[in-house]
Design a protein around this ligand. Structure first.
Ligand code: ADP
Ligand code: MG
Length: 396
C-alpha cells in the first residue's frame, strides 16, 4: 500500500548524511530524574535504524516552555544521560552556540541531541530564519513526533518544507493506526467518548457523529446529555448550559444514522471519595443529593454487545471517575472487552488521551489494543477531524 507520506523506506542512502530527527523528548522529571521514559523509548526505532545505516543523527526536540529564553532549567542537556541509557549507546549534546562546528565534527553512526528548539522565540512562530538555522545543520529531515504535529512550529512544519522530509517509524505507526481507525475504517465503527466535560470535547463529538455508526457517551459528559433529555441528574457533574448543544449533537447523529448510546443505569454516591456507600439505579432514579460517578453494569453489558458487532473502535475518555474506586468498574470492564475482541482479531481498537491511557493501563490492557496513542493534544485534534500541520507538511 502506498502511503500519502514518505517513510524511512523511501529515504535512500543516509550513510554519512546529517539527518535532523524531530522527536518528543519532553519527559516528566522530578529531582533531576526522568519519572516516565515512555517518550524516550518511542524514539528507539527511528534513531537506531538511522544510526545503524550510518547516518549522523541529530535529534531535535523542545523541552518545557522556556518562551524563547535559554536557561539551565529547560536545557535538554539534562536528558542526555537518561536518553543514552534508554538507547544503550552514546549520545552527544550540542548547544546552539557553535552548533555548526560540533555537527561537522561528528562521524557516521553518531547520535547527538541538539539544545531545546524553544530557546529560539521563532520556533513556535515558525520563523523562516529559525527554520533556516535548523536546516543548515542537516541534509534530510525526519519527523517522528506525532505528539507535536498539531503545532506549526519551525521544527515540526517549517523544516518539512525546507529539507527532503520523511515520517519516522513512530510517526508512521501512529498515522497508520489513525488511518485504520477513522480514515478508512472497516464498519461498523464505534466511538467511546467519555471524560469529565462536554465543553472540552464538543468538536470531537461533532466530528464523530458523521464518521461512526455507534457513539457511546460515558463519563461526566453523559450527564449533560441525560439532563438535556429531561433526566434529573441530582448533584452530578453536569453542564446544564450545554443542553441545546447536546440536543444538536443528538439530532446530527440521527441525521447521519449514528446511534448514540447513553447509559440507562448508573452508579451513584452522595460523597465523592474512595469506597463510599453506592447505589446502582436506573438514570431516572437518581436522588437530588446523589452524583453519577460511573456507568451501570446493565449498560456495560449492552455496550459490550455493541462492540462485539463492530469492526473498529476509537476510544477517548473514561466511562466514570476511574481514579476513585469503585468508579473504575465500567471503564475497566469495557476496556477488557475491547482488548479481548482485539486479541481475537475481530476488532481494530485505537485509544488515546492522557487519562484514557492511564485507565487502560489500570485495566491491565494498555498493550492489548491495536494502538494506544500517548499524544494528548494532537490525538484530540485528530479526533476533531482537523488537519495537523506537521502531518500535512509531510504529505505534501
Ligand atoms: P482524557 O485525558 O483521556 O482525554 P478527560 O480528561 O476528558 O480524559 O477525562 C478524564 C476525567 O473525567 C477523569 O479525571 C475522570 O475522573 C473524570 N470523570 C469521568 N466520569 C466522571 C463522572 N461521572 N463524574 C465526574 N468526573 C468524571
Ligand atoms: Mg485528561
Amino acid at each position: 500500500m502506498t502511503k500519502p507520506f514518505k517513510t524511512l523506506d523511501d529515504i535512500g542512502e543516509v550513510a554519512g548524511r546529517r539527518v535532523l530527527v524531530r522527536e518528543d523528548l519532553n519527559v516528566p522529571m522530578a529531582d533531576g530524574r526522568v519519572t516516565d521514559d515512555t517518550r524516550l523509548r518511542a524514539t528507539l526505532a527511528t534513531v537506531t535504524e538511522l544510526a545503524d545505516k550510518g547516518a549522523i543523527v541529530l535529534v531535535l526536540a523542545h523541552f518545557g516552555r522556556p518562551k524563547g529564553q535559554p536557561s539551565a532549567e529547560f536545557s535538554l542537556e539534562q536528558i542526555v544521560a537518561p536518553y543514552a541509557d534508554v538507547l544503550g549507546r552514546p549520545v552527544r549534546f550540542i548547544d546552539w552556540e557553535g552548533a555548526e562546528g560540533a555537527v561537522a565534527a561528528l562521524s557516521a553512526g553518531d547520535i547527538a541531541v541538539l539544545e531545546n528548539t524553544r530557546f529560539f522565540g521563532g520556533e513556535e512562530k515558525n520563523d523562516p530564519a529559525v527554520v533556516a538555522r535548523f536546516a543548515a545543520l542537516g541534509d534530510l529531515y525526519v519527523n517522528d513526533a506525532f505528539s507535536a504535529a498539531h503545532r506549526a512550529h519551525a521544527s515540526t512544519e517549517g523544516l518539512a518544507r525546507a529539507l527532503p522530509a520523511f515520517a519516522g517509524r513512530a510517526m508512521e505507526a501512529e498515522l497508520d493506526a489513525l488511518e485504520k481507525a477513522l480514515g478508512k475504517p472497516e464498519h461498523p465503527v464505534a466511538a467511546v467518548v467519555g471524560g469529565a466535560k462536554v465543553s472540552t470535547k464538543l468538536d470531537v463529538l461533532k466530528h464523530l457523529v458523521g464518521k461512526v455508526d455507534h457513539l457511546i457517551i460515558g463519563g461526566g459528559m453523559a450527564n449533560t446529555f441525560l439532563a438535556a433529555r429531561g433526566v434529573d441528574v441530582g448533584k452530578s457533574l453536569c453542564e446544564h448550559d450545554l443542553a441545546s448543544v447536546a440536543d444538536e449533537i443528538m439530532a446530527a447523529a440521527d441525521a447521519a444514522r449514528c446511534t448514540v448510546h447513553l447509559p440507562y443505569d448508573v452508579v451513584v454516591a452522595k460523597e465523592f471519595r474512595a469506597d463510599p456507600p453506592t447505589r446502582t439505579v436506573n438514570v431516572h432514579e437518581v436522588a437530588a443529593d446523589e452524583m453519577i460517578l460511573d456507568v451501570g453494569p446493565a449498560a456495560v453489558e449492552s455496550l459490550a454487545d455493541v462492540l462485539k458487532n463492530c469492526r473498529t473502535l476509537v476510544w477517548n475518555g473514561p466511562m466514570g471517575a476511574f481514579e476513585t474506586p469503585p468508579f473504575d468498574t465500567a471503564t475497566v470492564a469495557l476496556a477488557r472487552t475491547a482488548a479481548a475482541l482485539t486479541q481475537d482479531g475481530s476488532l481494530v481498537s485505537v485509544a488515546g488521551g492522557g487519562d484514557t491511557v492511564a485507565a487502560l493501563n489500570q485495566a491491565g490492557v494498555g498493550d492489548q489494543f491495536t494502538f494506544v496513542s500517548t499524544a494528548g493534544g494532537a490525538f484530540l485534534e485528530w479526533m476533531e477531524g482537523r488537519e495537523l500541520p506537521g502531518v500535512a507538511a509531510l504529505t505534501r
